[in-house]
Every structure is written in structure tokens, then in C-alpha cells.
Design a protein around this ligand. Structure first.
Ligand SMILES: Nc1ncnc2c1ncn2[C@@H]1O[C@H](COP(=O)(O)OP(=O)(O)O)[C@@H](O)[C@H]1O
Ligand SMILES: [Mg+2]
Length: 304
């Protein structure tokens, strides 16, 4: 194992607010590691302490075995940080921004192929500020990759993007991992964490409340699968309760939700409905997700 980031007992306070409360984790080379949590959970503060942009009030941080406060320049050469537009001069063009960022580093890649790769070769002379949100985010990724970093930080990379741009962004991140980079990202999108991350730390109120692979987090819930359908007729819920794998049944108006264990649940429900000639529509299944994990751990929905 090659530990790239190590945070031990990380603590950060702003006045009365404990933004980061005794956080400990490690990130290994080649991982996509995500911090998932609602707004205000302490994600940005954590990532900034690790980047060396903020000084922790307690605990230790090591990046490549170095101290971000003491070895700032050495670390800076080897990491990529996805900045927001505010970090760029107002009337800068795409090519100029890449040229500018190139000049910050000793080790760097040629930027025209990078621009090609993010699909913006024809935007070299466009103002960054005039690009669409998705295009701007891609430019910020290119800027973060200009020094061919070993480790890339991305804070809420896809916030504000349309679904298509978000997907394009996900592809780029997976591509980075294929190219051997280590990625530390934060997000408040469950689906993003689930799709992208090798391991996820779920954070709330400055604390890590769970840390594992998305699959393990979901499996640890021992959560129920759901079969959902609409039924306008009077339906004897007892019939369904006796069907294979069913744990409980809820009815909300026309909508019926059957909770149960995965094995045989769907076929059992469909069988019961057909055998009893109960008309139904819009039947679908839902697997447990990180959404359910967050709900189970905190008692609240993440989008609130
Ligand atoms: N510069 C700051 N000064 C005072 N409070 C801050 C500052 N930055 C963040 N906070 C507070 O610290 C907590 C964590 O914020 P943040 O790290 O930005 O969370 P997240 O990125 O998960 O939304 C929040 O309660 C936030 O209001
Ligand atoms: Mg944040």
C-alpha cells in the first residue's frame, strides 16, 4: 500500500463552529476517495486543510509523507487543485489561462493536447467567462492537470452542472484514475459518490460517520429492496405480506411499496398480483443506495 494522504485527528474551529471534528482517514495511491455530506458538513474545510490552504487547529496531515504547512511548495508541484472561476482574471482566454498555469510549475504537460482531450480545442481563444458551466468546469480540470499531478483535489466538481455535463465530468475523473492518478473529491450527490468513488467517507457535522466502499456501506445496512407499483383497485395488503421475501407493505393512495429481501421479492410480488388478478401499473424496483445509508445513520435526508 502506498499512502498518499493521511489525516489524523484533524480539527478545525471557526469561532463557535466546529467545522471539522477529529477526522481520521487515509487515501491510497490510485484511489478515487470521496467525502460525501450535506452543505456545512465540513468537506471544504477538510480538503483545504489537506491542500495546505488552511491551517488545522489540531491533528496532523501528511501528503506524500510531507506536512502541507511546512512543505507547501514541494507538495504544490505534485498536486492538482480544481479552482473556481473566481481564481482567474476576469477577461482571460482559455489558452491564456492554460499558459498562465503552466508557468507556475517546473514539471508540466503540453496544454494543446490537454485542451483536445477535454473537447475544447476550438475554444482556445474564447473567454473563460463566456463558456457554459460545463465547459468552464472542463477548463478547470485541464488547469488542475497542467502539472501532470499525482494527486487531484476536486471540491463539488459537478455542482450546478446539467446531467449531461455531469456525466462527461465523471468520465474524465474515471479516466484520470486509469492514468494512475489519485483523486480526492467532495460531493453532496449520493449518486456521484456511488458511481465514482472506490471509498466514501460520509460526513455530517464535521465528523466521519461511516467510511467504506459504496457496496460495503450499502450492504452494512442490511437494507430492504423495494418493489413499487400503482394500483387503483381495493387491494388486500395481506396477500402481498404473505408473498416471498416480503417484510412489510405500505400504501400511499394508489402507490404501493413492498419492502423485502432481494431474493425472489420481485417475482413473488408479480406472481401474487397476477394470481389474484389484481391490476397494476408502473411497476419498478429500487435497490438500497447511499441515500438510505445516510438516512439510516443520521435519521435525516441529505437534501433538506
Ligand atoms: N471561513 C469561515 N468562517 C467561519 N465559518 C466557516 C468558514 N468556512 C466554513 N465555515 C463553517 O464551517 C462549517 C463547515 O463548512 P464547510 O467546510 O464549507 O462545509 P461543506 O464544504 O461541507 O459545505 C459550516 O458550518 C460553515 O458555515
Ligand atoms: Mg463545500
Amino acid at each position: 500500500m502506498d499512502t498518499i494522504i493521511q489525516a489524523k485527528g484533524l480539527h478545525k474551529i471557526y469561532g463557535e463552529t466546529i467545522a471539522v471534528d477529529n477526522i481520521t482517514f487515509e487515501i491510497q495511491r490510485g484511489e478515487i476517495f470521496g467525502m460525501l455530506g450535506p452543505n456545512g458538513a465540513g468537506k471544504t474545510t477538510t480538503i483545504e486543510c489537506i491542500e495546505g490552504l488552511r491551517q488545522p487547529d489540531g491533528g496532523t496531515v501528511q501528503v506524500f509523507g510531507l506536512d502541507p504547512q511546512r512543505n507547501e511548495y514541494e507538495i504544490r508541484e505534485r498536486i492538482g487543485i480544481q479552482f473556481q472561476s473566481a481564481a482567474l482574471p476576469a477577461r482571460i482566454k482559455v489558452g491564456e489561462a492554460l499558459e498562465l498555469f503552466s508557468s507556475f510549475y517546473q514539471h508540466r504537460v503540453e496544454w494543446p493536447p490537454l485542451l483536445e482531450k477535454i473537447g475544447l480545442a476550438d475554444k482556445k481563444d474564447a473567454l473563460v467567462s463566456k463558456l457554459s458551466g460545463g465547459q468552464q468546469q472542463r477548463v478547470f480540470i485541464a488547469l488542475a492537470l497542467i502539472n501532470d499531478p499525482e494527486l487531484v483535489f476536486m471540491d463539488e466538481l459537478t455542482t450546478g452542472l446539467d446531467p449531461q455535463s455531469r456525466r462527461a465530468m465523471w468520465d474524465m475523473i474515471l479516466d484520470m484514475r486509469t492514468n494512475g492518478k489519485t483523486i480526492f473529491l467532495t460531493t453532496h450527490f449520493m449518486e456521484e459518490a456511488e458511481r465514482l468513488c472506490d471509498r466514501v467517507a460520509i460526513v455530517d457535522h464535521g465528523k466521519i460517520i461511516a467510511l467504506d466502499t459504496p457496496a460495503n456501506l450499502i450492504a452494512s445496512l442490511n437494507a430492504e429492496n423495494r418493489v413499487i407499483f400503482n394500483c387503483s383497485n381495493g387491494l388486500n395488503l395481506e396477500l402481498l405480506k404473505n408473498s416471498t421475501g416480503v417484510i412489510r407493505v405500505e400504501r400511499l393512495g394508489e402507490r404501493v411499496i413492498v419492502y423485502g429481501k432481494k431474493e425472489g421479492l420481485l417475482s413473488g410480488v408479480v406472481n401474487t398480483l397476477e394470481t389474484n388478478q389484481i391490476p397494476f401499473s408502473d411497476l419498478r424496483t429500487e435497490q438500497p443506495s447511499l441515500e438510505d445509508v445516510f438516512l439510516a445513520l443520521t435519521g435525516k435526508e441529505m437534501r433538506n
